[in-house]
Design a protein around this ligand. Structure first.
Ligand code: SR1
Ligand code: MG
Length: 401
């Protein structure tokens, strides 16, 4: 047993050499720490002789984005590796393969996906991913259905839920998404150019009420095992392949939180096209692609989720006439609300997004921030009236005019 300590690049090589059946004995390995996220170390280990490579991901005992003053449980590494295994059993082609998990070092050894790109960067470069909508809808339908009371034994679900109580990571979400952006919190990072609009949100009682309702759902609605942080930085992508990574925020929560997260991040890129596509035709063309993708995600998810329910749910009461339609409508409404909350937090909260922040021209960046805030706030205000994914598309198009 090795006592926990953050590995150096050299130690990561020694660790990798000790993994049975992975590399040749006495081989030369090269190690690079490439973690660019908010929380963890990520070592990329390659064997130049064979071209083989792996990733060692190690949790730090604090939030890297803030520093050692923000301690953070190492148990999130266990939650991440166990979630990846559940997801792999349900959709093996959509997650990285986990070779092993070392609980002493809070370290997961997994498949190297560097032949893919992080989707946020791919979208910033205005690439298109023809399989993405179907892939992510399949991922959402299968992971959410099969970990819920609809798709698994309800007693087993209660036991499984106990393995995914993730209080510290949930607290981050409760604060950074459902609290800080709605008052003058020191965690916020408000661009002075948009402070007027942000302060208006703090006075918007209709909006604040909806955020309180959404927060309560996040706190209490243990519907399914969520990924918990399903933004476009948690997806590795190629035109022919989608891989969902990083489920360290996994817990039992409301399904719409995951669906809303991915839609929110596509809409953030939609807003950011103000800066990335100076040519109006090109901008509207790419925005059209993003909106079509969102629509396809929801419609495919809805179809697959209902099919799983119709074919596999054995609980008599779940087949009560009208119940499924009501359930899916509630899910759509939650998706609107959580998508809105996920957008607002990325504009002036602690953790923002490159789609917007890397726009160099200040006026274009400001326009993107304002569009993102307008879409996010509208989705939150409107969420309980939503009846079709087209309502979301309308809100996005109107907010960008
Ligand atoms: C302190 S962690 C900040 C954010 O990074 C993660 O990706 C989550 O979205 C979290 O809210
Ligand atoms: Mg992450």
């Amino acid at each position: 047993m090795t006592a926990y300590h953050p590995l150096t690049e050299e130690e990561a090589i020694l660790y990798a050499k000790g993994i049975p059946d992975l590399f040749q004995s006495d081989t030369k390995l090269v190690s690079r720490e490439i973690g660019d996220g908010n929380l963890n170390l990520v070592f990329h280990i390659t064997e130049p002789d064979s071209g083989k490579s792996i990733i060692l991901k190690q949790a730090l005992p604090y939030a890297k984005v803030v520093g050692e003053s923000w301690p953070l449980t190492l148990d999130r590494a266990r939650i991440e590796s166990e979630t990846l295994k559940i997801e792999a059993a349900l959709c093996p082609h959509l997650v990285p393969h986990v070779h092993l998990f070392d609980s002493d070092l809070a370290l997961t050894v997994m498949q190297d996906l560097s032949d893919h790109v992080i989707m946020r960067q791919g979208l910033i470069e205005r690439n298109r991913y023809p399989l993405f909508a179907a892939d992510i809808a399949h991922f959402l339908a299968h992971t959410l259905y099969y970990t819920s009371d609809l798709g698994m034994n309800q007693q087993q679900k209660k036991i499984q839920l106990g393995r995914f109580i993730n209080p510290e990571l949930c607290k981050i979400t409760e604060d950074l998404i459902f609290d800080d952006p709605y008052h003058d919190s020191s965690n916020n990072n408000i661009d002075p150019r948009i402070r007027d609009t942000v302060e208006q949100l703090w006075q918007d009682s209709d909006l604040l009420l909806e955020v309180a309702v959404l927060r309560e759902k996040f706190l209490t609605h243990a519907q399914a095992l969520l990924h918990g942080d399903l933004h476009t930085g948690s997806i590795f992508i190629r035109p022919d392949s989608t891989k969902v990574i990083d489920p360290e925020f996994a817990y039992y929560g409301p399904m719409g939180f995951d669906i809303g997260a991915i839609i929110a991040n596509l809409l953030l890129n939609f807003a950011a096209q103000e800066g990335w596509s100076p040519d109006e035709t090109e901008r509207e063309d790419y925005r059209g692609y993003l909106l079509e993708t969102i629509k396809e995600i929801w419609t495919t998810f809805d179809r697959e989720f209902r099919a799983l329910w119709n074919e596999h749910s054995t609980d008599r009461v779940f087949h009560t006439p009208g119940y499924q339609d009501l359930y899916m409508q509630n899910l759509l409404q939650d998706t609107f609300g959580f998508a809105g909350a996920k957008m607002v937090r990325r504009v002036h909260g602690l953790a923002q997004v490159a789609d917007i922040n890397k726009i160099e021209e200040p006026a274009a960046r400001e326009r993107a921030q304002r569009i993102a805030l307008a879409i996010g706030a509208s989705l939150i205000r409107f969420n309980r009236q939503a009846s079709s994914i087209d309502d979301l598309i309308d809100i996005a198009v109107k907010s960008a005019q």
